[in-house]
Design a protein around this ligand. Sequence first.
Ligand code: ADP
Length: 485
Amino acid sequence: MFLGLDKNIKINMRKYKNEFEDFRTNTNIQRCEKLGIALLILNMILIAIDLVVFKDMRAETPSYLYLFYLHIIAFILIIAWFTFLKLNRKFNNVIDEKLLYHILINIALYWCVFIGLNDLYINGQITVFIICILAISACVYVTPVEAFITYAISITIFIIGLVFVIKDEQILYAHIVNSGVVTFIAYIASNLSFKGFARDFINKKNILESKMELEVTNQKLKEYEKLRTAFFANISHELRTPINVIYSAQQMMEFTLNQNELKEDEINKYLIMAKQNSHRLIRLIENLIDITKIDSENFQVDFVNLDIIKLVEDITIAVARFVEDKGLTFTFDTCVEEKIISCDPKLIERIVLNLLSNSVKFTEDGRDILVYIYLEDNKVCISVKDNGIGIPDEMKELIFDRFIQVDKSISKRREGSGIGLALVKSLVEMHRGSITLNSNLGEGSEFIIKLPDSMLVENKKIENISNLEADYLERINIEFSDIYD
Ligand code: ADP
C-alpha cells in the first residue's frame, strides 16, 4: 500500500503486534472520546445557531432544514456512541474497542461529507469538507489499508453528492478534482501519522527493551563481580593455607634436625604434612589451569575404546582403602560386567575421583558411599551416592557453576575452591554426556553421570586398562588432598 512502513519497523511490528494493537486501540479510543466531545459541543453550538439565527431561513430554504437535521442526528449519534462505549466497558468489552473507534471516525467523516455538500449547496464552496477531512485524518491512527477503505468510500459518496448538487459540468469536475486531491492528501497525512506513531512505539519499545537488557547485564555483572571478589578471597586462602603448612613443616623439620637427636617419627609427620599440602596446591593449580584451557578451547581429550566398568571399578578399588580409613563404608556395584565405550580414561578418573572426594568430604564418619553403574536409554550411568550433609534445593543447579560453594555454615567450613564440580561438568560434556544431582539436605547426595554408549568407529581397537599404567595412588593423593583426618 502507498507509503508503506519501513522494513525495519515492519519486522518489529510483527514482534510486538499484540502490544502495538492494544496501545493503538487505547490511544485511538482516547482521541475519539476527545473528538466526540468536540463534535458534541460543535453540534450543540450549531443547533443553537440553527434555532436562533436560521429560524426563518429553515422555513424558506430546505438545505438549512437538512443542516438542522444533520446537526441533531450527529448529536444523537455521538451521544449513542458514548453510551455504547460506557456499556461496552461495563460488560468487559464484549465488542472490540477497535470497532468502536472506527464507528466514530465514520460518523465524523460522514458528518463532514454531508456538511460539505450542504456548504456547497448554500455557498458554492467545499471549504468545510476540506477542513474537516484534514482534521479527522490527523486525529486517529489507522493503518494504510483501513485509511484507504474509509477515505475511498467517503469520497465516493461525496462525489455522488457533488453530481446531484452541481449542475454546471465544469464546476462539477473542478470540485471532483479538488475534493479528490484533498482526500488524497488526507490519506497521505493519515499514513504519515500512523507511520510516526508506529515508529515512536517501536523506538520506545526498543529503548525499554535495551534498558531492561542493560539492567539484566548490570545485575549479572554485579553478581559476577561479587563472585570474582569471593573467588579471589577464597583462592588466596586456598593458596596461602598449604604454603603456610609446608613452610611450618619445613621449619619444624629444621628445628628437629638441629636438636642433634634424630626423631624419625616427627620428621615423617612433617614430611607427610608437606606432601599432602603440596598435593593440595597441585590440585588447585591443575584445576585452575584446566578451566583456563577449557575456556580457550585448548583442552586435550584422548578418546580410546575401553571397558568403562573395569576402569571405574579399578578406580574405586584403589580409593576404597583410603575411604574406609576415613571411617566410611564403601561399596561398588554394577548391573553389567563389561561395557566398551569411547572415553578418555584420565578424564573419567578425574571425574570419579572428584565426586568421590566430595562425598568423603561431606559425609560424616560411620556413613556409606556407594558407586553404582547401570545402563539406561543407550547410556552408561555412573552413580556416586552418599548419605552425607546433602545440598539445599536452591543450590542444586548453582554448584555446577564455577567458584560456587554451599554456605559454609552448611558445609561445615570444609576446604575447597568451588572449581571441582564445574570442571567435572565440563569434562562430562566433553564426552557428550550429562551430570545430574539428586539430593536432600541432611539426607545425602547422588551425582549421576550419563555417558553415551558408543565406540570410536575409526579406531576399533579396545584398550587394556592395565596398559594405561594408571597411577591411581598419586592421583588419589592429589584429589583427596583437601580432606584432613
Ligand atoms: P569444592 O572444591 O569447594 O568442593 P566443588 O565444585 O567440588 O568445589 O563443590 C562445590 C560445592 O558443592 C561444595 O563446596 C559443597 O558445598 C557442595 N558439594 C559438592 N559435593 C557434595 C556432596 N557430595 N555432598 C554435599 N555437598 C556437596
